[in-house]
Design a protein around this ligand. Sequence first.
Ligand SMILES: Nc1ncnc2c1ncn2[C@@H]1O[C@H](COP(=O)(O)OP(=O)(O)OP(=O)(O)O)[C@@H](O)[C@H]1O
Ligand SMILES: [Mg+2]
Length: 158
Amino acid sequence: MEILKAIHLQKYYGNGENTIKAVNDISFSIEKGSFTAVVGTSGSGKTTLLNLIGGLDYADDGEVVIGGQSIMHMGEEELTIFRRRNIGFVFQNYNLISVLNIYKNITLPIRLDGNKADEEYIRHICKALGIEEKMDCYPNQLSGGQGAPSGGWKDYRG
Ligand SMILES: Nc1ncnc2c1ncn2[C@@H]1O[C@H](COP(=O)(O)OP(=O)(O)OP(=O)(O)O)[C@@H](O)[C@H]1O
Ligand SMILES: [Mg+2]
């Protein structure tokens, strides 16, 4: 089953002579349960593409279909709810909330959605990731790879 489809996606920055064609007529589809890596040199448009297919930014042209639903024509609020329920996004600069512990950071989207997190399931996943001992820590107490915003590698654009 196709979980994601990008159809003739386009995103340009700037205009006139300074136009940067960050994503220029990109089409592909991804099967449910598969792993896909987007590879390219710095500045080649990976983050721009992920922002489009993750519903964080709108394309200039083209279509993104997730689980059969087109997200390009959703309004801000509809898209926010769709994102919260369907998309997990790990930012280049993490964007963890420093005043919440790790467990609360992980479960924040579920709680914002008015639901109760399945604690047992979340602990199971954290164990697989090797961070089960860190659930009560705060983001600045983690290493870069564990997800901390400082001490680890950062996107140079911040
Ligand atoms: N908000 C923006 N305004 C103008 N230009 C932008 C903006 N965001 C990205 N760009 C430009 O678009 C191009 C693609 O950038 P993008 O961040 O998608 O690259 P990337 O492949 O993720 O790079 P990296 O590997 O360094 O993270 C670059 O030329 C970048 O300078
Ligand atoms: Mg990037």
